[in-house]
Design a protein around this ligand. Structure first.
Ligand code: AMP
Length: 501
């Protein structure tokens, strides 16, 4: 029976002797081995009562077995629901209560704390440790392989991914087989993946970047993956010689640039470096090109939409931009209710087979953000330049409104970043008695530079309208970032909210 996603990603692994997963300890698992692991895992989950449409929530370390859980969920027609390993018991309680999964898979170290949480939502808890051991692995070892995948069409749900939810509650984005497969197909073509590729995979697989962009593209193209449990610069440098492609968040690139071992020779054989999930500074792009000879290909996507735009594989990869809409994906910039032309800033809206079908059990939120005609209101502000490249200016909720004027933080950050001695910056709005909000700058100095906030502000004063100029600045050692490399502006706003009080 046909299973839209399984038939494209997993079924072709049958009989494939070549490597699929290359592990840091030197072990190599063939495609066929992984497929059999998937089939046994599906048998184990079926034994726990999982049927088509059930949610399977997992909060586990990255291992081959964790990938097998994903494959097994797809095989059973279940809905895969990966959760960030950093979530606390309270947060897990919300997700399990909201999604009511049949099964919740977690690490043994957390099982005692999470058992009552799982019980409250009616989920059966099973353990899968980061080393691949645990009750679920034991069940899989003894389970009959499920060789025939459940019938699933393009519109069936494959996954629910919760948004990171820096404001309000996380929302569960419902993604269909079509959403995931159509995007993987486009990315394989655009980024020219083949079975000859070896993808260095150091991203977490609880997020769309590592799970769908990286893993699905490799699975669909028949490429191998160097399967690292997380990012560690030493391990990445050691393994890059075996890879042809790396996908990363911007912090991967800034951290690697700090390593003297990153040389042109080390990566001369590489075919492609991809970055996304957070803005890659133009400076990082240029520094990487200078050091390695490679222009990083930056792309733009999100949990709800998979990937939307990408810089070109063959054409100019323009630093500070996220490139062009992917084939089949429509992008428009909307301001004051109408689509605007080049160089005008507005809300980025996207439409296409990649766009999710709604938020789990939140019909109102869905209606607010996903228009009836299919356009999704991303919440990102951006523009297209005269050549059609999309630029992201920031999140709409990060927009600073000071004395009634709109200030796009990115515009100010780009100028501050050019000031000698500034490595990077974050511009936020903080409460101000006169202006409502005041523009406020958080600056990170370059290594060894003595940076004086007042001098840095003076340096950009004649380049910015008065209302856009930060009213104050502080110097900090580093910006708070989450695992995907995103600057957590909510933490900065909280830290400096009393500055002008
Ligand atoms: P997530 O749903 O966690 O993948 O976060 C998606 C958000 O990350 C987008 O809405 C953007 O705000 C941001 N993002 C993703 N890729 C980029 C990029 N290349 N440049 C700037 N922001 C990005």
């Amino acid at each position: 029976m046909a299973n839209h996603l399984f038939d494209a990603l997993f079924a072709p692994l049958a009989g494939r002797g070549g490597d699929l997963l290359i592990l840091p300890d030197g072990r190599r698992l063939s495609g066929d081995t992984v497929l059999r692991q998937v089939a046994r895992m599906a048998g184990a989950l079926r034994g726990l009562g999982v049927v088509k449409g059930d949610r399977i929530a997992v909060q586990v370390g990255k291992s081959p077995e964790a990938l097998a859980c994903y494959g097994a969920a797809v095989a059973l027609g279940a809905v895969f629901l990966p959760l960030n390993t950093a979530y606390t018991a309270e947060e897990i309680g919300y997700f399990l209560g909201d999604a009511t999964p049949k099964v919740f898979v977690c690490d043994g170290a957390k099982a005692a704390v999470l058992a009552p949480v799982a019980a409250r939502s009616g989920a059966r808890l099973v353990v899968l440790n980061a080393d691949g051991s645990g009750e679920l692995a034991d069940l899989a070892a003894g389970a009959a392989e499920i060789a025939v995948a459940e019938a699933c069409g393009p519109e069936d749900l494959a996954a629910i991914l919760y948004t990171s939810g820096t404001t309000g509650r996380s929302k569960g984005a419902m993604l269909t087989h079509r959403n995931l497969l159509s995007n993987a197909e486009v990315l394989v073509r655009e980024w020219r993946f083949t079975a000859e590729d070896v993808l260095l995979h150091a991203l977490p697989i609880f997020h769309t970047h590592g799970l769908f962009v990286a893993s699905n593209v490799a699975l669909l193209s028949g490429a191998a993956m160097i399967w690292l449990p997380g990012f560690e610069a030493g391990a990445v440098l050691r393994l890059l010689p075996q890879a042809t492609v790396m996908m990363g968040v911007p912090t991967f690139y800034t951290r690697l640039l700090e390593e003297p071992g990153l040389t042109r020779d080390l990566v001369g054989h590489m075919r492609l470096f991809v970055s996304g999930s957070a803005p890659l500074l133009a400076e990082t792009h240029e520094a990487w090109a200078g050091r390695t000879g490679h222009r990083i290909l930056e792309r733009y996507g999100m949990t709800e939409t998979n990937m939307n735009t990408s810089n070109p594989y063959a054409g100019e990869r323009r630093a500070g931009t996220v490139g062009f809409p992917l084939p089949g994906v429509e992008v428009r910039i909307v301001a004051e209710g109408r689509a605007v032309g080049p160089e005008e800033v507005g809300m980025i809206e996207v439409r296409g087979p990649n766009v999710f079908v709604g938020y789990w059990q939140m019909p109102e939120k869905t209606r607010e953000e996903l228009r009836a005609d299919g356009w999704f209101i991303t919440g990102d502000l951006g523009k297209r330049d005269a050549d059609g490249y999309v630029h992201i200016v920031g999140r709409a909720k990060d927009l600073v409104i000071t004395g009634g004027y709109n200030v796009y933080p990115k515009e100010v950050e780009l100028l501050l970043d050019e000031v000698p001695g500034v490595a990077e910056s974050a511009v936020i709005g903080v409460p101000h008695p006169d202006f409502g909000e005041a523009v406020f700058a958080v600056l990170v100095p370059q290594k060894g530079a003595a940076l004086e906030p007042g001098a840095a502000l003076a340096a950009v004063a004649d380049r910015l309208a008065r209302f856009k100029q930060p009213k104050a600045a502080v110097v900090v050692e580093s910006l708070p970032r989450n695992t995907m490399g995103k600057v957590q502006k909510n933490l900065l706003r909280e830290a400096y909210k009393g500055w002008f009080a």
